[in-house]
Design a protein around this ligand. Sequence first.
Ligand code: DHB
Ligand code: MG
Length: 222
Amino acid sequence: MLTLVPEAVEEYAARHTSPLDPLLEELIATTQRRMGHSAVMLSGQIEGTLLQLLVASLRARRVLEIGTFTGFSALVMAAALPDDGRLITCDVDPTATAIARDFFARSPHGRKIELRLGPALETLKSLTGPFDFVFIDADKPNNAAYFDWALQLSRPGSIIVVDNVVRGGDVIDADGDSPTVQGVRRFLERLAAEPRVSATAIQTVGSKGYDGFAIALVTSPS
Ligand code: DHB
Ligand code: MG
């Protein structure tokens, strides 16, 4: 697996990133204890803080998240919402989202969050936009479809962030043809050709699960 950022450099960057709320530190520890290796799917302090400051700088009031996992990114984004802000997050995994529910209940920001358990493509059909900010971090084979929905549910000025655009380098490996890698590639091709956004793909491939992400600013209406 490709690593672009040495572990010591990543730790250095983390030490110079705003500290996490203690409840979020506890959520990371609980996820590592209860979810085993899947804990690498957590957004983590560096990417989580970026999500939080994007939500804050947009003065977002409505956030959509596709892929809750154990609720770290939802809570970190909800903290940047005003009291009457709302974050809808969806996931199919009852085990991971049970942890999310526990931590939402313990956080002062949890009441801004609505968790929808079920296939995201079903949940998305029931939503009304626009959302100011969308974070896509779910099953990668559906990334292009989720991105289409995100555009549909956005407005000019909304930001869409899509996690995991590198897959440890597999995106450029001719043998890397798993449904996940194919899904990431299909999404990136879609993103690069999409005239309604201005977007960039960032490679943060480190040792702690960081796997790059794309940021798209919606520039024209859908
Ligand atoms: C995987 C998924 C993620 O969303 C992530 O951030 C890291 C890894 C995975 O499925 O391996
Ligand atoms: Mg991810």
